[in-house]
Design a protein around this ligand. Structure first.
Ligand code: MN
Ligand code: MN
Length: 271
């Protein structure tokens, strides 16, 4: 499939969060810091996302009630895909990745998901909620919406989630074995999901679940910059502005946004 453009969609949903809410407030904060003049809009490889008209704002998603939110996300993702656009989503909590992938994968095309997180998010359910932000990748793998799930940054595997990872054949790169940026052999289309708590809290304090012993910003950037497979979509989730310090984590989101946008634009048709 050829793509013409990239749509950026804000999804202010955090009612599937455990422990703390607050990530619903993230999208406008990320957009504000991206455009406040403190940094330019160029990715490190030189793609100026401020000038590229193929990067388009799809606005903020809304839904009539909580029960229909996932349907609204899925339908909007499918509509964006069918219009020939790729999708860059700003969350919100991590539960949104499941309906996003459902919407993008209506034809169950070959897909690798590259998932950065402290947590594997493979719970069958958490606190009685099968749509919890701790569950999206269990739902995705149950429905065989991805051929490969590669997780990087993981440091909270308990017995249940270790069993789930084995059951679904997840390729887990645990932090306890970290020896620098791994060589990830990714060939076909890839979707990138970045949970900000993959990063060490020292780099990204603005998250609900501080989990020490995590990645550096440079680790994620290096992995993104080594990818040569086509990227069909991406999300940035779990930024919680109410936990941030001097907007440091908002700036990390803006940095990741620029690098992801550049990756997504790479194989779109020239405007
Ligand atoms: Mn997560
Ligand atoms: Mn997480």
């Amino acid at each position: 499939m050829t793509f013409q453009a990239v749509s950026v969609l804000a999804i202010p949903l955090d009612f599937n969060s455990s422990h703390l809410t607050g990530s619903a407030a993230a999208p406008p904060v990320i957009q504000e810091v991206l455009h406040n003049g403190s940094a330019n809009l160029s990715s490190e490889c030189g793609v100026d996302i401020g000038k590229d008209t193929r990067l388009q704002d799809a606005g903020m998603l809304d839904w009539p009630d909580q029960a229909s939110a996932f349907n609204c996300i899925e339908q909007r993702a499918a509509a964006i895909r069918h219009s020939g656009h790729k999708l860059l989503s700003l969350g919100g909590d991590h539960s949104i990745t499941y309906p996003l992938i459902r919407g993008l994968q209506t034809n169950k095309n070959p897909l690798t998901i590259l998932h950065f997180d402290a947590h594997p998010d493979l719970y069958d359910e958490l606190l009685g909620n099968r749509h919890s932000h701790a569950c999206p990748f269990a739902r995705i793998m149950e429905e065989q919406l991805a051929d490969r799930l590669i997780q990087v940054g993981i440091r909270t595997l308990n017995d249940h989630q270790r069993q789930q990872a084995e059951r679904f054949g997840v390729e887990v790169h645990e932090m306890r074995h970290w020896k620098g940026v791994p060589a990830l052999d990714i060939k076909g289309p890839v979707y990138i999901s970045i949970d900000l708590d993959a990063l060490d809290p020292a780099f990204a304090p603005g998250v609900s679940h501080h989990e020490p012993g995590g990645l550096a910003v440079r680790d994620i950037l290096s992995i993104l910059q080594q990818l040569d497979a086509p990227v069909i979509g991406a999300d940035i989730v779990e930024y919680n502005p109410s936990r941030d310090i001097n907007g440091m984590t908002a700036m990390v989101c803006a940095k990741l946004y620029k690098e992801l946008a550049a990756l997504l634009l790479r194989d779109c048709q020239k405007s």
